[in-house]
Ligand binder design. Structure first.
Ligand code: ADP
Length: 480
C-alpha cells in the first residue's frame, strides 16, 4: 500500500473480524471486512473477495505473500473477472507450485537438481529401490508442500518403512495431494535464493541472492543479502541459473528461485511465484522497490531497469518476529500485546501488522513483524540489528526477538560458518544461557567490580555492554 500510494494509486484493504483493529485497515483508503476470523471464512473465500472487488470498482488485486498468493485458480478467476492479478500468469503459478512438475520443467534446461526422483513415489517397495540408488539419508517431500511442511528424513531402510506411508497420508490431508517424491538429504546445507523479475515483454533480470539458512522446522527465521557464503563467481553463476529457471516457465512478475548450497555446489529446490516475506533485504541492498516493479509489470510495462544497472550496495539482515516461544521449541503464543514499541533510527525498517493493545489470534501464521536493518557492511547491519532488538519492546506475548539477538551475536553467525542446522545445534545453548545473569546485569556488576580496581577502564566496560571483545575477555576472567 505504501508503494501504491507513492504511485498515486488508491487502495482497498480487506480484513477478517479478527483483524478489525489491524493497522493495515487504517492505512488503506478504504477497508472492508471479508468475514469471520477463520481464514476459510474470510481471506480464502475467493468468490466473496471477487464480488467485493467488483462492487468497489477495484482494478487490480495484489495478493501479498500468504493465503491466495500462490493459488493458480484464484489468479485465473481474477483474470476471468476482467481484473488484473499483480503476480505471474496462472500457468506459471500452477507449474511452479508443484515441486515435481517444476523439477520436470527445469530438468530440460541443464539446471542442477538435488539427486533424487522427479516422479511420484507410490509405494514402499518402489521407495526402497529409489532410496537404495540415491543412498541414505533421504528426504521424502510432498510435491504440493510448502512452508517447510510435508518433509520427512529417513536415515535407513527401517526409517523409510515408518516414514513413507505417513508422508503420503500427511500430504493428502494437508495439501489435498498425496504425491510425494524423494531427494538425497544433503547435510550441512545452506539455503540461498535468487530474486528475479520478469516482464510481459520477455525481459528477465535478477536482483542477486538472499541467504536464508537460519531456519526452524525448515522455515526461515533470519535472512540476509547478500550471502556471506559465496564468492563473486558463484554469485554470478547462481543468479544466471535462476534467470534460466524463470525463462523455462516464461515467467513474469516477481519470483524467487530457491537453491540448496553445499560443498561449493548449488542445486535447484523450487520457485516461489510471489513476493517473499524476506523481500525487504533485497530492496535495501539494491534500492529497488519490488512492489512498484510488480505493479508496473502487471500493467504491461517493461521492468524499469536493465541487468547492468542492478548493483549490490551494503548489507541487510531481516529477523522475523514470531509470536512463538523459543524455550518451548517455538510453540506459537497467543494473547494481548500489552506493550508494543517499535525501534527506529538510521538503517532500521519494520514491516508489521500489529499495534499495542491488539490481540494476537490463533487463526493465522504467528508472524507479528519483520525487523530489517541496513548497514554499509554486514557487521554494521548486524550491530544495528542488535541495537534495534534491544529497543523493540514487546510485552504480553513471547516472541522470537531475544532468540534472534542470540543468533546474530553468535560467533558462528558472525563468521558465516552456519548452515540450516544452526537452530537445532544451538537452541539448547540459548536456553541454558538464559539461566545465567543477563549481559546487562553482568555489565553493571562488572562496572562496579572493575571500578573499584581500575577506575576509568571500568567506565569503558560498562559503556559497551554489547560489544567489545576486550569487555568479553574481562567478563570471562571475572566469571572464572
Ligand atoms: P518448502 O516449499 O516447504 O519451503 P523447500 O523445498 O523450499 O520446501 O525446502 C525448505 C528447506 O528444507 C530448505 O531451505 C532446506 O533447509 C531444507 N531442504 C529441502 N530439501 C532438502 C534436501 N534435499 N536436503 C537437505 N535439506 C533440504
Amino acid at each position: 500500500m505504501r508503494s501504491a500510494r507513492e504511485l498515486g494509486i488508491s487502495t482497498v484493504a480487506i480484513y477478517s473480524e479478527a483483524d478489525r483493529a489491524a493497522p493495515h485497515t487504517r492505512y488503506a483508503d478504504e477497508a472492508v471486512c471479508v468475514g469471520e476470523a477463520a481464514s476459510s471464512q474470510s481471506y480464502l473465500n475467493a468468490a466473496n473477495i471477487l464480488e467485493l472487488c467488483k462492487a468497489l470498482n477495484v482494478d487490480a488485486i495484489h495478493p501479498g505473500y500468504g493465503f491466495l498468493s500462490e493459488n493458480a485458480d484464484f489468479a485465473r478467476k481474477v483474470h476471468e473477472e476482467g481484473l488484473v492479478f499483480i503476480g505471474p500468469s496462472p500457468e506459471s503459478i500452477r507449474l511452479m507450485g508443484d515441486k515435481l512438475a517444476s523439477k520436470q520443467a527445469v530438468s530440460r534446461y541443464n539446471i542442477p537438481l538435488v539427486p533424487g526422483t522427479d516422479q511420484e513415489i507410490k509405494d514402499l517397495s518402489e521407495a526402497k529401490i529409489i532410496a537404495g540408488n540415491i543412498g541414505y539419508p533421504v528426504l521424502i517431500k510432498a510435491s504440493a508442500g510448502g512452508g517447510g511442511k510435508g518433509m520427512r528424513i529417513a536415515r535407513s531402510e527401517k526409517e523409510l518403512d515408518d516414514e513413507i506411508n505417513t508422508a503420503i497420508n500427511e500430504a493428502t490431508s494437508a495439501f489435498g495431494n498425496g504425491a510425494v517424491f524423494m531427494e538425497k538429504y544433503i547435510e550441512s546445507n545452506k539455503h540461498i535464493e535468487v530474486q528475479v523479475l520478469g516482464d510481459q515483454k520477455g525481459n528477465i533480470i535478477h536482483l542477486f541472492e538472499r541467504e536464508c539458512s537460519i531456519q526452524r522446522r525448515h522455515q526461515k527465521l533470519i535472512e540476509e543479502a547478500p550471502s556471506i557464503s559465496i564468492d563473486v563467481e558463484t554469485r554470478n553463476e547462481i543468479a544466471k541459473t535462476a534467470v534460466e529457471v524463470a525463462r523455462a516457465c516464461h515467467y513474469y512478475g516477481a519470483g524467487t528461485v530457491e537453491f540448496i548450497y553445499a560443498d561449493g555446489m548449488f542445486y535447484f529446490l523450487e520457485m516461489n511465484t510471489r513476493l517473499q516475506v524476506e523481500h525487504p533485504v533485497t530492496e535495501l541492498i539494491t534500492g529497488v522497490d519490488l512492489v512498484k516493479e510488480q505493479i508496473a509489470i502487471a500493467e504491461g510495462k517493461a521492468i524499469s531497469l536493465i541487468q547492468e544497472n542492478v548493483h549490490i550496495k551494503g548489507h541487510s539482515i531481516e529477523v522475523r518476529v514470531y509470536a512463538e516461544d523459543p524455550d518451548r521449541n517455538f510453540l506459537p503464543d497467543i494473547g494481548h500485546l500489552t506493550t508494543y514499541i517499535r525501534p527506529s533510527g538510521v538503517g532500521v525498517r519494520i514491516d508489521d501488522g500489529y499495534d499495542e493493545g491488539m490481540k494476537v489470534p490463533i487463526y493465522y501464521d504467528p508472524m507479528l513483524a519483520k525487523l530489517i536493518t541496513y548497514g554499509e557492511t554486514r557487521d554494521e547491519a548486524r550491530q544495528r540489528l542488535i541495537r534495534a532488538i534491544d529497543e523493540y519492546q514487546v510485552n504480553g506475548i513471547k516472541t522470537t526477538l531475544p532468540f534472534c539477538k542470540f543468533v546474530v551475536d553468535h560467533p558462528v553467525f558472525r563468521d558465516g560458518s552456519f548452515d540450516t542446522s544452526f537452530i537445532e545445534s544451538y537452541l539448547d545453548d540459548y536456553i541454558k544461557s538464559k539461566g545465567q545473569p543477563g549481559d546487562r546485569s553482568v555489565a553493571a556488576l562488572m562496572g562496579v567490580v572493575l571500578s573499584e580496581q581500575e577506575g576509568k577502564r571500568a567506565h569503558e566496560s560498562h559503556a559497551a555492554p554489547n560489544g567489545s571483545s576486550n569487555w568479553r575477555n574481562r567478563l570471562k576472567e571475572w566469571q572464572q
